[in-house]
Every structure is written in C-alpha cells, then in structure tokens.
Ligand binder design. Structure first.
Ligand code: KIV
Length: 263
C-alpha cells in the first residue's frame, strides 16, 4: 500500500507515526523496507551527507537530486521533500514553483516548510493547488542565525502561547501534519491535544502523535555528538571503522583476497 498524506493524517489518535529522514536510494529503501510510513528528505542532508555547517547553503538542485534518488528507493512510504532555505520565503509564487518542481521532477508526494502563522498564505496556496504540506515549528534550523543557536523553544509562557498559535495557524491553513522541534514535552503534548492533525515530534516529548529522527543519528553513523533528543539504536560508526581498518590491514598483509574471493 502506497502511503498518502491523507492516510498518514488519519492515523492521529489510532497509531503513533514513525518518520525518518533518508537522503538517497539506499537509505530510503532501508526506511521503506522497515515499514516506516513516511520518509523525509530533510535539508539536514546539508550536514549529514554534504559536509555543510548548517542547512542554509543547501540548494534546490541538491534537494531535487537527493529527493529523486530517495523516490527511486521507495515503494510505499510517503516521500516528503524539505524545501531549502530561500526556496519559498521570497514569494508565494516562488514557493509554488519550487514545490511543483519537487513533485514533477523528483516525484515527492508532499513538501515540508518551516514557520508558523507567517507561512499560512503559502500553505493555503500550496494545498489549494494540490501540494500536501507538512508544517514545521519550534526550533526551525533555517532561522538559526535569527534564533541565535540550536536552543529549546517555547520555554516562557509567552513563547509557548506563540507556538500554540503558530500550530493552529498551520493546521487552519491546511497542512496534513506538523513537525514540532525542540520544545518542552508539556508544550508538545498541549499542542498535540489541541490539533486535529498529527504532530511529529523531534525533541518535543512522548505526547506527540509521532516522532522523526535523522537517519545517521538513529544509527550512530557520524561519530559526532548528537542532540539530547536522539536515541542511537545502533553504533554503525564504530562498526564501519572496524571493518575499514580490517580491510586495510588484510590488503596490506595479503590475506585479502583469499581463495574464497578468487576466480
Ligand atoms: O531536515 C531535517 O532532517 C528536518 C527534521 C529533523 C525534522 O527538518
């Protein structure tokens, strides 16, 4: 069964939703093969696979290239393309055009955009033109320079009220779900209870309707420190390093290839 935005939305209150990022056909086929219903081609690819310091330099060309690769690796999961910095902020027309490119050229099923009430008009325009939208509020990494760092959001009652209003505005504008990033668990739960669309948390506590993590964080691939909200379900960095060292040493000693790997 191919997942749609409507099917994912209908899971609210029935089943918690697992979402994971993927960046190419291999990682996407692993996510899809695990039965995870939604794969996010996050602009986190800037840091996880392209070597940038932040998500800000990520371009439409890079996102299209990786989203197309993900779509070649997926059979069933909903494919959500993250719209990169300044691909939708300058105008509604630019947002519509670039979202259309994700669907036409890279076979995305939906797009994600960062921001709350400020994005209402764009979300309405996208949805009314046939583009399902995943919202994203709380810590929004494309605004990192303005926010002054990767900090927990919504800690004061005024900030919490603003995030609640933003979540309501995103739902009202027609988004099928919303990512809540880095906020107190109590606020994540209140927003989840107030909305009729699913909330997908990342550092927003267990009260959200679903969770999303970054592929390389979940598998412990990078060997770098990860945020508090990450649980490493494996230590692939350690395993990969050991395998690579063994390969080097076997080539150098002449024990690889052995008779078994020889024609
Ligand atoms: O870019 C990304 O991977 C994201 C998720 C972490 C929500 O925005």
């Amino acid at each position: 069964m191919k997942w749609t935005a409507a099917k994912l939305k209908a899971l609210k209150g029935k089943q918690k939703i697992a979402m994971l990022t993927a960046y190419d056909a291999l990682t996407a086929s692993l996510v899809d093969g695990a039965g995870i219903p939604a794969v996010l081609v996050g602009d986190s690819l800037g840091m996880t696979v392209l070597g940038y310091e932040t998500t800000l330099p990520v371009t439409m060309a890079e996102m299209l290239h990786h989203t197309a690769a993900v779509s070649r690796g997926v059979d069933q999961a909903l494919i959500i393309a993250d719209m990169p910095f300044m691909s939708y902020q300058p105008s509604i027309a630019m947002g519509l055009e670039n979202a259309g490119r994700f669907m036409k050229e890279a076979h995305a099923d939906a797009v994600k955009i960062e921001g709350g009430a400020v994005r209402s008009e764009l979300i309405e325009a996208l949805v009314s033109n046939g583009v399902p939208v995943l919202g994203h509020i709380g810590l929004t990494p494309q605004s990192i320079k303005e926010m002054g760092g990767y900090k927990v959001q919504g800690k004061t009652s005024e900030q919490a009220r603003k995030l609640m209003d933003d979540a309501m505005a995103v739902e009202q504008a027609g988004a099928f779900a919303i990512v809540l990033e880095c906020m107190p668990a109590e606020l994540g739960e209140s927003i989840s209870n107030a909305l009729t669309i699913p909330t997908i948390g990342i550092g927003a506590g267990a009260g959200c309707d679903g969770q999303v993590l970054v592929f390389t964080d979940l598998l412990g691939m990078s060997g770098k420190p990860v945020p508090k909200f990450v649980k490493k379900f494996a230590d692939l960095n350690g395993q990969m390093k050991t395998a690579l060292r063994e390969y080097k040493s076997e080539v150098e000693s002449g024990s690889f290839p052995s008779a078994e790997q020889t024609y």
